[in-house]
Design a protein around this ligand. Sequence first.
Ligand code: ADE
Length: 220
Amino acid sequence: MRIDIISAAPNLLESPFNHSIVKRAKEKGLAEIVIHDLRTFGLGNYKQIDDTQFGGGAGMVLMIEPISKCIDALKAERRYDEIIYMTPDAKTLNQSTANTLSLQENILILTGHYKGVDQRVRDMFVTKEISIGDYVLNGGEVAALVMIEAISRLIPGVIGNPESLAEESHNEIGALEYPTFTKPAQWRGLTVPEVLMSGNHGQIAQWRRDEALRRSKLAE
Ligand code: ADE
C-alpha cells in the first residue's frame, strides 16, 4: 500500500513514521509513505501557500493552486483509490473505515492548516473527509498520523499474529476488549479472576466475551 500525504508542516510527520508500527510496515515493504511539502508548490518567490479569506474573518486559508499543482502531479503518476481530507467537520474515523482503507492500494491524504483549505479543493479533488474526533486540532497532521497508525497495523502481514487483531477492541462484534492480566497472580492483595487460571478454555472464552460486552455497555 502506498500513502501520500500533502502537508504544510511536513516536519511534524517525519519522526513518527520512523518509529512505531508504521516503521514496521515500511520495513516489511508493506507500506510506502511519502510526504509532500506543500510549500514546494507555493506561488512566487515567497512560495505562498495561504491567503486571507474572502468575506473577511480571522485565519489564513490554504490556496487551491499549490494544492492542485501537487495533486495533479501525483495523479499523473498513479491512480488513487481515495483522496482524503482530514478535517474536524467530517464523519469520525472508526475501525471499519480503517479496515476498508487498509485494503486500498494508493491513498492520498491532504492535511489542512490554519483555517483549512479553499472549499473548491474539497469540491474538486477530495473523495472522502475524515475527522478523528469532535475537537479541533491546529492542523490535520496529527489526525493523519492517528489514522495512518490505525490503518498500518491492519495491512495484511504487518502484525505477526493476526489473531490479536480479531480479538481486540472494536473488532467485528463491535465490543471493547476484555480485561487482561499477567504475572504476578497476586499484587498488593489484588488477585486475578480464577477462571483465567482454570485452564478451561471454554469457560475462559465465555468469561472474556461476557466481560467485553459488559465493558462495552459501561462505555456507552
Ligand atoms: N484537523 C483539525 N482538527 C481535526 C480533527 N479533529 N480531525 C481531523 N482533522 C483535523
